[in-house]
Design a protein around this ligand. Structure first.
Ligand SMILES: NC(=O)c1ccc[n+]([C@@H]2O[C@H](COP(=O)([O-])OP(=O)(O)OC[C@H]3O[C@@H](n4cnc5c(N)ncnc54)[C@H](OP(=O)(O)O)[C@@H]3O)[C@@H](O)[C@H]2O)c1
Length: 308
Protein backbone atom coordinates (compact mmCIF):
# COMPACT_ATOMS: atom_id res chain seq x y z
CA UNK A 1 0.00 0.00 0.00
CA UNK A 2 1.38 3.47 -0.95
CA UNK A 3 1.31 6.67 1.07
CA UNK A 4 -2.14 7.39 2.42
CA UNK A 5 -3.59 10.85 2.98
CA UNK A 6 -5.06 11.13 6.46
CA UNK A 7 -7.22 14.09 7.44
CA UNK A 8 -7.48 14.59 11.21
CA UNK A 9 -9.83 17.11 12.85
CA UNK A 10 -9.16 18.93 16.14
CA UNK A 11 -5.36 18.93 16.04
CA UNK A 12 -4.70 21.99 18.24
CA UNK A 13 -4.25 19.75 21.29
CA UNK A 14 -4.77 16.33 22.85
CA UNK A 15 -5.42 13.17 20.88
CA UNK A 16 -5.70 14.93 17.49
CA UNK A 17 -2.32 16.61 17.91
CA UNK A 18 -0.64 13.42 19.16
CA UNK A 19 -2.10 11.36 16.31
CA UNK A 20 -1.22 13.86 13.57
CA UNK A 21 2.39 13.99 14.79
CA UNK A 22 2.67 10.21 15.29
CA UNK A 23 1.46 9.57 11.74
CA UNK A 24 3.64 12.32 10.23
CA UNK A 25 6.75 10.92 11.95
CA UNK A 26 6.06 7.33 10.92
CA UNK A 27 9.41 5.70 10.18
CA UNK A 28 7.89 3.74 7.28
CA UNK A 29 6.56 7.02 5.78
CA UNK A 30 3.14 5.55 5.20
CA UNK A 31 1.14 8.77 5.65
CA UNK A 32 0.61 12.31 4.44
CA UNK A 33 -1.24 14.12 7.20
CA UNK A 34 -3.68 16.99 6.80
CA UNK A 35 -3.82 18.20 10.38
CA UNK A 36 -6.78 20.53 10.79
CA UNK A 37 -7.95 22.90 13.51
CA UNK A 38 -10.70 25.48 13.75
CA UNK A 39 -8.42 28.28 14.95
CA UNK A 40 -5.05 28.52 13.20
CA UNK A 41 -3.81 30.89 15.92
CA UNK A 42 -3.47 27.74 18.03
CA UNK A 43 -1.08 26.04 15.59
CA UNK A 44 2.12 26.63 17.58
CA UNK A 45 1.95 23.51 19.78
CA UNK A 46 1.38 21.34 16.72
CA UNK A 47 4.13 23.03 14.73
CA UNK A 48 6.54 22.52 17.60
CA UNK A 49 5.61 18.86 18.02
CA UNK A 50 5.70 18.22 14.26
CA UNK A 51 9.27 19.54 13.98
CA UNK A 52 10.88 18.57 10.69
CA UNK A 53 7.79 16.80 9.43
CA UNK A 54 5.99 20.16 9.13
CA UNK A 55 5.17 20.93 5.49
CA UNK A 56 6.71 17.60 4.50
CA UNK A 57 4.52 14.79 5.77
CA UNK A 58 2.26 17.12 7.77
CA UNK A 59 0.39 20.18 6.56
CA UNK A 60 -1.88 22.31 8.70
CA UNK A 61 -5.27 23.51 7.43
CA UNK A 62 -8.21 25.36 8.90
CA UNK A 63 -11.37 23.32 9.47
CA UNK A 64 -14.28 24.09 11.77
CA UNK A 65 -16.49 21.03 12.24
CA UNK A 66 -19.54 23.23 12.83
CA UNK A 67 -19.22 24.97 9.45
CA UNK A 68 -19.96 23.21 6.14
CA UNK A 69 -18.19 25.91 4.10
CA UNK A 70 -15.00 25.53 6.12
CA UNK A 71 -15.06 21.73 5.65
CA UNK A 72 -15.68 22.03 1.91
CA UNK A 73 -12.97 24.66 1.47
CA UNK A 74 -10.46 22.45 3.25
CA UNK A 75 -11.34 19.33 1.24
CA UNK A 76 -11.44 21.29 -2.07
CA UNK A 77 -7.94 22.60 -1.35
CA UNK A 78 -6.54 19.05 -1.44
CA UNK A 79 -5.29 17.62 -4.70
CA UNK A 80 -8.20 15.60 -6.25
CA UNK A 81 -10.01 16.11 -2.91
CA UNK A 82 -8.18 12.92 -1.98
CA UNK A 83 -8.66 11.76 1.61
CA UNK A 84 -7.93 8.08 2.18
CA UNK A 85 -8.50 8.13 5.93
CA UNK A 86 -10.70 10.56 7.84
CA UNK A 87 -10.11 10.76 11.58
CA UNK A 88 -13.07 12.61 13.05
CA UNK A 89 -11.59 13.62 16.37
CA UNK A 90 -12.83 17.16 17.16
CA UNK A 91 -15.02 17.18 20.22
CA UNK A 92 -16.09 19.11 23.28
CA UNK A 93 -17.20 18.02 26.73
CA UNK A 94 -19.82 19.00 29.28
CA UNK A 95 -20.49 17.82 32.81
CA UNK A 96 -22.81 18.85 35.60
CA UNK A 97 -26.39 18.73 36.85
CA UNK A 98 -28.83 19.11 33.96
CA UNK A 99 -30.75 21.96 35.65
CA UNK A 100 -27.59 24.09 35.59
CA UNK A 101 -26.92 23.73 31.87
CA UNK A 102 -28.72 25.67 29.18
CA UNK A 103 -30.17 24.06 26.10
CA UNK A 104 -28.23 26.26 23.67
CA UNK A 105 -24.93 25.01 25.15
CA UNK A 106 -26.19 21.44 24.73
CA UNK A 107 -27.10 22.16 21.11
CA UNK A 108 -23.63 23.61 20.53
CA UNK A 109 -22.09 20.43 21.90
CA UNK A 110 -24.19 18.30 19.56
CA UNK A 111 -23.30 20.65 16.72
CA UNK A 112 -19.64 19.69 17.17
CA UNK A 113 -19.67 16.14 18.52
CA UNK A 114 -22.48 14.76 16.37
CA UNK A 115 -23.28 17.10 13.49
CA UNK A 116 -19.58 17.81 12.98
CA UNK A 117 -19.13 14.13 12.18
CA UNK A 118 -22.22 14.11 9.98
CA UNK A 119 -20.92 17.11 7.98
CA UNK A 120 -17.50 15.54 7.43
CA UNK A 121 -18.93 12.19 6.39
CA UNK A 122 -21.41 13.89 4.01
CA UNK A 123 -18.50 15.70 2.40
CA UNK A 124 -16.10 12.77 2.12
CA UNK A 125 -18.14 9.56 1.85
CA UNK A 126 -19.34 10.16 -1.75
CA UNK A 127 -15.69 10.48 -2.91
CA UNK A 128 -14.72 7.36 -0.98
CA UNK A 129 -17.66 5.41 -2.43
CA UNK A 130 -16.68 6.50 -5.92
CA UNK A 131 -13.10 5.38 -5.32
CA UNK A 132 -14.30 2.19 -3.66
CA UNK A 133 -11.82 2.73 -0.86
CA UNK A 134 -11.42 4.68 2.34
CA UNK A 135 -11.46 4.43 6.11
CA UNK A 136 -13.53 6.62 8.44
CA UNK A 137 -12.23 6.59 11.99
CA UNK A 138 -14.35 8.24 14.62
CA UNK A 139 -13.21 9.24 18.10
CA UNK A 140 -16.09 7.96 20.17
CA UNK A 141 -15.88 7.19 23.88
CA UNK A 142 -16.74 4.45 26.36
CA UNK A 143 -19.45 6.97 27.29
CA UNK A 144 -20.97 6.21 23.89
CA UNK A 145 -21.64 2.69 25.17
CA UNK A 146 -22.35 3.25 28.86
CA UNK A 147 -23.76 6.48 30.30
CA UNK A 148 -22.27 8.08 33.40
CA UNK A 149 -23.60 10.28 36.20
CA UNK A 150 -23.51 14.02 35.32
CA UNK A 151 -22.34 13.27 31.77
CA UNK A 152 -25.90 13.08 30.42
CA UNK A 153 -25.53 15.37 27.40
CA UNK A 154 -21.96 14.46 26.46
CA UNK A 155 -22.77 10.73 26.67
CA UNK A 156 -25.91 11.32 24.58
CA UNK A 157 -23.77 12.95 21.86
CA UNK A 158 -21.41 9.96 21.82
CA UNK A 159 -24.38 7.54 21.77
CA UNK A 160 -25.64 9.47 18.73
CA UNK A 161 -22.23 9.00 17.11
CA UNK A 162 -22.44 5.23 17.75
CA UNK A 163 -25.92 4.92 16.21
CA UNK A 164 -24.89 6.97 13.19
CA UNK A 165 -21.75 4.91 12.54
CA UNK A 166 -23.42 1.57 13.20
CA UNK A 167 -26.14 2.38 10.68
CA UNK A 168 -23.79 3.75 8.04
CA UNK A 169 -21.10 1.08 8.33
CA UNK A 170 -23.08 -1.54 6.41
CA UNK A 171 -23.66 0.76 3.43
CA UNK A 172 -20.01 1.85 3.57
CA UNK A 173 -18.92 -1.80 3.55
CA UNK A 174 -20.78 -2.34 0.27
CA UNK A 175 -18.46 0.31 -1.28
CA UNK A 176 -15.33 -1.07 0.39
CA UNK A 177 -15.20 1.86 2.83
CA UNK A 178 -14.25 0.88 6.38
CA UNK A 179 -15.56 2.47 9.55
CA UNK A 180 -14.00 2.24 13.00
CA UNK A 181 -15.12 3.70 16.30
CA UNK A 182 -12.24 4.33 18.68
CA UNK A 183 -13.61 4.32 22.22
CA UNK A 184 -11.18 5.67 24.80
CA UNK A 185 -11.85 5.77 28.53
CA UNK A 186 -10.37 8.78 30.32
CA UNK A 187 -7.46 10.43 28.52
CA UNK A 188 -5.44 13.16 30.19
CA UNK A 189 -5.77 16.12 27.78
CA UNK A 190 -6.98 19.72 27.64
CA UNK A 191 -10.47 18.22 27.37
CA UNK A 192 -10.51 17.11 30.98
CA UNK A 193 -8.91 20.38 32.13
CA UNK A 194 -11.46 22.55 30.27
CA UNK A 195 -14.42 20.52 31.50
CA UNK A 196 -13.28 20.58 35.15
CA UNK A 197 -12.43 24.28 35.08
CA UNK A 198 -15.96 25.00 33.88
CA UNK A 199 -17.42 22.65 36.48
CA UNK A 200 -15.57 24.38 39.32
CA UNK A 201 -17.03 27.74 38.23
CA UNK A 202 -20.51 26.36 37.55
CA UNK A 203 -23.45 28.15 39.16
CA UNK A 204 -25.23 25.38 41.05
CA UNK A 205 -28.03 27.57 42.39
CA UNK A 206 -30.50 26.07 39.88
CA UNK A 207 -30.26 22.65 41.46
CA UNK A 208 -31.11 21.35 44.93
CA UNK A 209 -28.52 21.14 47.70
CA UNK A 210 -28.26 17.36 47.64
CA UNK A 211 -27.56 17.22 43.88
CA UNK A 212 -25.00 20.03 44.22
CA UNK A 213 -23.33 18.12 47.06
CA UNK A 214 -23.22 14.88 45.05
CA UNK A 215 -21.73 16.72 42.09
CA UNK A 216 -19.02 18.56 44.01
CA UNK A 217 -18.18 16.16 46.81
CA UNK A 218 -18.63 12.80 45.12
CA UNK A 219 -18.55 13.17 41.35
CA UNK A 220 -15.80 15.79 40.91
CA UNK A 221 -13.63 14.27 43.63
CA UNK A 222 -13.83 10.74 42.26
CA UNK A 223 -13.53 11.61 38.62
CA UNK A 224 -10.25 13.43 39.32
CA UNK A 225 -9.12 10.20 40.99
CA UNK A 226 -10.23 8.11 38.02
CA UNK A 227 -8.34 10.29 35.53
CA UNK A 228 -5.25 10.15 37.71
CA UNK A 229 -5.52 6.38 38.26
CA UNK A 230 -6.45 4.93 34.89
CA UNK A 231 -6.27 7.81 32.40
CA UNK A 232 -4.31 7.14 29.23
CA UNK A 233 -2.02 9.59 27.52
CA UNK A 234 -2.95 11.04 24.10
CA UNK A 235 0.15 9.26 22.74
CA UNK A 236 -1.23 5.88 23.83
CA UNK A 237 -4.53 6.54 22.06
CA UNK A 238 -2.64 7.81 18.99
CA UNK A 239 -0.59 4.61 18.87
CA UNK A 240 -3.73 2.45 19.03
CA UNK A 241 -5.35 4.53 16.31
CA UNK A 242 -2.32 4.12 14.06
CA UNK A 243 -2.58 0.35 14.50
CA UNK A 244 -6.24 0.54 13.44
CA UNK A 245 -5.36 2.63 10.37
CA UNK A 246 -2.77 0.11 9.17
CA UNK A 247 -4.80 -2.97 10.03
CA UNK A 248 -5.94 -4.99 6.99
CA UNK A 249 -9.16 -5.86 8.75
CA UNK A 250 -9.85 -3.13 11.31
CA UNK A 251 -12.60 -3.80 13.86
CA UNK A 252 -15.75 -1.69 13.88
CA UNK A 253 -15.18 -0.89 17.57
CA UNK A 254 -12.00 -0.60 19.58
CA UNK A 255 -11.84 0.29 23.28
CA UNK A 256 -8.38 1.67 23.92
CA UNK A 257 -8.35 1.07 27.68
CA UNK A 258 -8.90 -2.54 28.62
CA UNK A 259 -9.50 -1.66 32.26
CA UNK A 260 -12.82 -0.22 31.12
CA UNK A 261 -14.00 -3.28 29.25
CA UNK A 262 -15.74 -4.90 32.28
CA UNK A 263 -17.85 -1.75 32.73
CA UNK A 264 -19.12 -1.78 29.17
CA UNK A 265 -19.53 -5.59 29.21
CA UNK A 266 -22.13 -5.28 32.00
CA UNK A 267 -24.46 -3.58 29.57
CA UNK A 268 -24.40 -6.47 27.13
CA UNK A 269 -24.64 -9.04 29.93
CA UNK A 270 -28.06 -7.78 31.09
CA UNK A 271 -30.51 -6.50 28.48
CA UNK A 272 -32.87 -5.22 31.23
CA UNK A 273 -30.27 -2.62 32.20
CA UNK A 274 -30.49 -3.48 35.92
CA UNK A 275 -26.93 -4.76 36.21
CA UNK A 276 -25.07 -1.60 35.15
CA UNK A 277 -27.55 0.70 36.93
CA UNK A 278 -27.24 -1.21 40.22
CA UNK A 279 -23.47 -1.50 39.90
CA UNK A 280 -23.01 2.25 39.29
CA UNK A 281 -25.48 3.17 42.03
CA UNK A 282 -23.75 0.99 44.60
CA UNK A 283 -20.29 2.04 43.52
CA UNK A 284 -21.12 5.74 43.76
CA UNK A 285 -23.56 5.99 46.65
CA UNK A 286 -23.09 2.97 48.87
CA UNK A 287 -19.60 1.63 48.64
CA UNK A 288 -17.29 4.58 48.25
CA UNK A 289 -14.67 2.80 50.38
CA UNK A 290 -14.81 -0.15 47.99
CA UNK A 291 -14.62 2.28 45.07
CA UNK A 292 -11.47 3.83 46.50
CA UNK A 293 -9.94 0.42 47.12
CA UNK A 294 -10.79 -0.66 43.55
CA UNK A 295 -9.16 2.49 42.21
CA UNK A 296 -5.96 1.69 44.09
CA UNK A 297 -5.92 -1.79 42.56
CA UNK A 298 -6.63 -0.36 39.10
CA UNK A 299 -3.82 2.15 39.57
CA UNK A 300 -1.38 -0.69 40.26
CA UNK A 301 -2.68 -2.75 37.32
CA UNK A 302 -2.51 0.28 35.03
CA UNK A 303 1.14 0.88 35.94
CA UNK A 304 2.09 -2.79 35.62
CA UNK A 305 0.55 -3.63 32.28
CA UNK A 306 -0.13 -0.28 30.63
CA UNK A 307 -3.73 0.34 29.61
CA UNK A 308 -3.60 -1.34 26.23
N1 LIG B 1 -10.02 13.25 27.00
C1 LIG B 1 -10.82 12.25 27.24
O1 LIG B 1 -10.94 11.77 28.38
C2 LIG B 1 -11.61 11.60 26.13
C3 LIG B 1 -12.18 10.34 26.35
C4 LIG B 1 -12.91 9.73 25.36
C5 LIG B 1 -13.09 10.37 24.15
N2 LIG B 1 -12.54 11.60 23.95
C6 LIG B 1 -12.77 12.25 22.66
O2 LIG B 1 -11.53 12.48 22.03
C7 LIG B 1 -11.65 13.59 21.13
C8 LIG B 1 -10.47 14.52 21.34
O3 LIG B 1 -10.50 15.02 22.67
P1 LIG B 1 -9.19 15.40 23.50
O4 LIG B 1 -9.28 14.64 24.76
O5 LIG B 1 -8.00 15.30 22.67
O6 LIG B 1 -9.55 16.91 23.87
P2 LIG B 1 -8.87 18.32 23.51
O7 LIG B 1 -7.44 18.31 23.86
O8 LIG B 1 -9.77 19.33 24.15
O9 LIG B 1 -9.02 18.38 21.93
C9 LIG B 1 -10.24 18.62 21.31
C10 LIG B 1 -9.96 19.20 19.95
O10 LIG B 1 -11.21 19.40 19.27
C11 LIG B 1 -11.17 20.71 18.74
N3 LIG B 1 -12.49 21.26 18.46
C12 LIG B 1 -13.49 21.59 19.31
N4 LIG B 1 -14.52 22.10 18.62
C13 LIG B 1 -14.16 22.09 17.31
C14 LIG B 1 -14.79 22.47 16.10
N5 LIG B 1 -16.01 23.03 16.07
N6 LIG B 1 -14.12 22.29 14.92
C15 LIG B 1 -12.87 21.76 14.91
N7 LIG B 1 -12.22 21.41 16.01
C16 LIG B 1 -12.86 21.56 17.20
C17 LIG B 1 -10.43 21.53 19.78
O11 LIG B 1 -10.04 22.78 19.23
P3 LIG B 1 -9.91 24.12 20.10
O12 LIG B 1 -8.54 24.07 20.71
O13 LIG B 1 -10.07 25.22 19.12
O14 LIG B 1 -10.99 24.07 21.15
C18 LIG B 1 -9.28 20.58 20.03
O15 LIG B 1 -8.33 20.66 19.01
C19 LIG B 1 -13.03 14.21 21.41
O16 LIG B 1 -13.93 13.80 20.41
C20 LIG B 1 -13.42 13.63 22.75
O17 LIG B 1 -14.81 13.54 22.90
C21 LIG B 1 -11.79 12.23 24.91
Amino acid sequence: MGTRKVLVTGCSSGIGLALAVRLAKDKLRRFKVVATMRDLDKREALERAAGKSLNRSLEIRQLDATCEDSIRECVNSLSDRQVDVLVNNAGVGMIGPLECQNVSAMQELFNTNFFGLVRLVKELLPDMKRRQSGHIIVMGSVLGIQGLLFNDVYAASKFAVEGFCESLAVQAMKFNVKMTLVEPGPVVTEFEKKVYEEAEKMDLSETDEETARIFRQIYLKYSHEVFYSVGQTPKEVAEKTLQLIVSKNPPFRHQTNRLYRPLTAMKHADPTGHLPLDAFYKMIFQHDHMFNASLSILRILHRRMGAA
